[in-house]
Design a protein around this ligand. Structure first.
Ligand SMILES: *[C@@H]1O[C@H](CO)[C@@H](O)[C@H](O)[C@H]1NC(C)=O
Ligand SMILES: *[C@@H]1O[C@H](CO)[C@@H](O)[C@H](O)[C@H]1NC(C)=O
Length: 152
């Protein structure tokens, strides 16, 4: 095996181990989940606390870098046991740079956007509405349901 190939396999195995650990603890909470996502539809939190709760489970607030991921999240939300008819926190914000929206979880600036109407500079945190698939910028301190993804 090439060395490069080997390190890819090692990284993959490490990710898998982390995922297995994370999933183990996530199953102890009352959430709708797949192996990749955990939906917190029984506790509301502001954007900062939501991120902290995800992190405490070795997860992170969801990032939505592409149309495909947005669709994946819509499907997940529509298929969850309780349809949530309100926006839920994702990791997007313009907190780091007021002129640049980015995903907290990855640091990537937005390339794909799905705002229902163009956001101003405030409110500054991004929520995703599973019913419409659209995003809304909302006050980061408002209490909302949220969705975490495996950190890997
Ligand atoms: C998160 O990951 C760390 C380091 O791998 C591990 O020690 C810890 O038990 C994990 N926590 C949870 C809740 O899975
Ligand atoms: C929808 O949920 C059911 C039951 O949890 C699951 O078996 C199925 O794979 C899910 N479908 C999608 C598209 O996520």
């Amino acid at each position: 095996m090439h060395r490069k190939m080997k390190s890819i396999v090692v990284i993959w195995l490490m990710c898998f181990a982390l995922w297995a650990l994370a999933e183990d603890t996530a199953t102890t909470t009352n959430t709708d989940e797949t192996d990749k996502y955990v939906l917190y539809n029984f506790v509301k939190a502001n954007w900062f606390r939501a991120q902290a709760i995800c992190a405490s489970q070795n997860y992170t607030l969801i990032s939505i870098p592409t149309y495909k991921v947005n669709e994946e999240i819509n499907t997940y939300l529509l298929n969850s046991t309780e349809i949530i008819d309100e926006p839920i926190w994702a990791s997007g914000s313009n907190l780091a740079n007021v002129n640049r929206w980015s995903w907290y979880s990855t640091g990537a600036t937005f390339t794909f956007r799905r705002f229902s109407s163009p956001p101003g500079t405030a409110p500054r945190c991004v929520a995703h509405n599973g019913l419409t698939g659209d995003w809304t910028a909302l006050s980061c301190t408002s209490e909302r349901y949220f969705m975490c993804e495996k950190r890997c």
